[in-house]
Design a protein. Sequence first.
Length: 227
Amino acid sequence: MSELVIPLPKSTTIPVANGGSFPVRRVYCIGRNYAAHSIEMGDNPDRDPPFFFQKNPDNLDASGEFPYPENSNDVHYEVEMAVALKSGGDSISVENALDHVFGYAPCLDMTRRDLQNAAKSKGRPWEVGKAFERSGPIGPLQSVADVGHPKQGRVELLVNGDVQQEGDLDQMIWKVPEMISYLSQYFELAAGDVIMSGTPAGVGPIIKGDLMVVNITGLNSLTVTVI
Ligand code: MN
């Protein structure tokens, strides 16, 4: 290989609960994957094909701190479960999809809602609302060997001790194997890809100083301070 003309950009890794770290390649996020959240965002929940957007790999952040970003006065939390892939491919069947999963982690899809809504109203892409610096706080990954494949169980977000979001993994409109299979029809998935699996109802704003705690049954908790 010829000599690099700038230093190799830093790659992003997520810590793994029992040791090691997981290098991130891409981050896919599903929209409107819990019926109650779909209704609160003004949609009819149904089995229309799912839609996805992306965050940047280096938006993921396991530091436990979320800096309130610039250019927004309405930053929202969205509690989600992240699915991390150890392999990929295209045209993955629903039946084989879980074979590609390395593990799971609690995460937050932090959103500059005012910028997202402005983009939506003009039919523009969502990046300014979704793919900003440190917009993906994430907890240590737990491997399938340790936690299996969580399919049901409570998902909740507490802000300063009060429950703001709650749901159950079994309320996902598109289940994890279906998401993997669907994505693989449009993109070539690969080891290092992370999928954020959508948020239950109750999204809302945070302010500096807030303490967010994500609890997903079967996984370790994630605690994030807004700074
Ligand atoms: Mn989301």
